[in-house]
Design a protein around this ligand. Structure first.
Ligand code: 2IT
Length: 447
């Protein structure tokens, strides 16, 4: 394969799809050398097939708001790759959702899922529906209208959606309620991230953030460091940021920043348990304002409008919000303030310029598809529980999550260790995930 040629042909076809092209370029550049040692991959045109989704469903979602106005959004499900298992990946409800965004996420998901050690293919879906300012009843009506179309595309052995930005336990509940009514199927395994009383994994809400911190611990240990006593900046205040802040605090780190689209809260003495709990209320309110944290805890948090979490001095940066939320300038600002580690928890949270700045400076950096894979891995565990009609305790799930994150870290080290001993976690994660999917595609023939 020649990356430049493949990218040129994709750019010609999908020139507007910036996030998708960014994600593909990163993976292909990482794997080019290894791929070219496998003529059998080249003969089967593995890479040309892998960059295209298997199929994309697009549908209209029409619903009625609280004022009686008729609203129309677009809904999508991108079934990207099924080489190592049924399609698996979250649903994102956000006003900026486009096919490009969901294609990038589905592509990333394919390799991330391969890293988890569990048999799951890659998918992503969602809608340009904007949850900000919506009432609970509006969220329910939208979820029901969305499932009215989606139910025909999914199934417990076929395609299993879950949450992502804008979709949490509440939305999964509404979505499942409608699925069951339409499909007349009562297998809760069709969605993950469900409530604890009806098939949800006890630890799924925490899993992405917890897994990210387990991965960070392995990365730090490998570098001869410890998280205890370190300052941590977290971006966002949603489900992922909440889990990350909880575990970082539990491990003895001090979370000094949380942020939102409106600005950043600086928390000099470190986030408290009450503040962490309040993040859940902030998300449920659909206000999307981190300023609410400083209003609620005026003595502990100082809000600065228009600033990112990366303006706060910290040892470790944890992007937990959205793609491209940390750019080259942010990376430089962080490092100028002494940051020496960045673990991407959001999907593609750092721009290519930011990653290059971190890597050139040789600070510790690990990519989202390795760091955040604990979320979908715990979804995989939820599927196993549903399929076998059993329920594991939080302790059992946490142990399995620990093991999976350790395996992912080992795979990154195995495939990412360079000749000089430096570990390139981006290469490691991309090669480990890619090789597994490529091998599976090869064995399944030309389809
Ligand atoms: O980006 C992700 O891995 C997720 N949003 C979770 C996907 C899942 O199926 O649990």
């Amino acid at each position: 394969m020649k990356v430049a040629e493949i990218m040129a042909s994709l750019e010609k076809k999908y020139g507007q799809e910036k996030e998708y092209l960014q994600a593909v370029r990163e993976v292909l550049e990482s794997v080019e050398e290894v791929y070219n040692q496998h003529p059998e991959f080249e003969a089967a045109k593995i890479v040309e097939r892998m960059v295209e989704p298997d199929r994309i469903f697009t549908f209209r979602v029409t619903w009625v708001d609280d004022k009686g106005n008729v609203q129309t959004n677009l809904g999508y499900r991108v079934q990207f790759n099924s080489a190592i298992g049924p399609y698996k990946g979250g649903l994102r409800f956000h006003k900026a959702v486009t096919p490009s965004m969901l294609k990038f996420l589905g592509f990333e998901q394919t390799f991330k899922n391969a890293l988890t050690t569990l048999p799951m293919g890659g998918a992503k879906g969602g809608s340009d529906f904007d949850p900000v300012g919506k009432s609970n009843a509006e969220i329910m009506r939208f979820c029901q209208a969305f499932m009215y179309e989606l139910w025909q595309c999914i199934g417990p052995d076929q395609d299993i959606p879950a949450g992502d930005v804008g979709v949490g336990g509440r939305e999964i509940g509404f979505l499942y309620g409608m699925y069951k009514k339409l499909a007349r199927e009562y297998n809760t395994g069709v969605l993950t991230g469900k409530g604890g009383t009806w098939g949800g994994s006890i630890l799924r809400p925490e899993a992405t953030g917890f897994g990210a911190l387990y991965f960070t611990q392995h990365l730090l240990h490998k570098a001869g460091k410890d998280i205890k006593g370190k300052t941590v900046a977290v971006s966002g205040f949603g489900n992922v940021a909440w889990g990350a802040a909880t575990k970082a605090t539990e491990l003895g780190a001090k979370v000094v920043a949380v942020s939102g689209p409106d600005g950043v809260c600086y928390i000099k003495d470190g986030i408290t348990a009450d503040m962490i709990n309040y993040m859940l209320d902030m998300r449920a309110s659909n206000r999307n304002k981190v300023e609410d944290m400083a209003t609620k805890f005026p003595k502990l948090a100082v809000f600065t409008p228009g600033k990112k979490a990366w303006s706060i001095k910290c040892d470790i940066a944890l992007p937990c919000a959205f793609q491209n939320e940390l750019n080259g300038d942010d990376a430089k600002e962080l490092m100028a303030n002494g940051t020496w580690c960045c673990c991407e928890v959001s999907n593609m949270g750092c721009t290519p310029e930011a990653i290059k700045a971190f890597q050139d400076a040789r600070i510790l950096f690990a990519p989202g598809k390795a760091v955040n894979a604990g979320g979908v891995a715990t979804s995989g565990l939820e599927m196993t529980q549903n399929a076998t009609h059993i329920s594991w305790s939080a302790k059992e799930v946490d142990e399995k999550l620990h093991f999976i994150m350790e395996s992912i870290h080992e795979a990154c080290v195995k495939f990412g260790t360079q000749k000089d001993g430096h570990i390139d976690y981006v290469k490691g994660a991309n090669i480990a995930g890619f090789m597994k999917v490529a091998q599976a595609m090869l064995e399944q023939g030309i389809i």
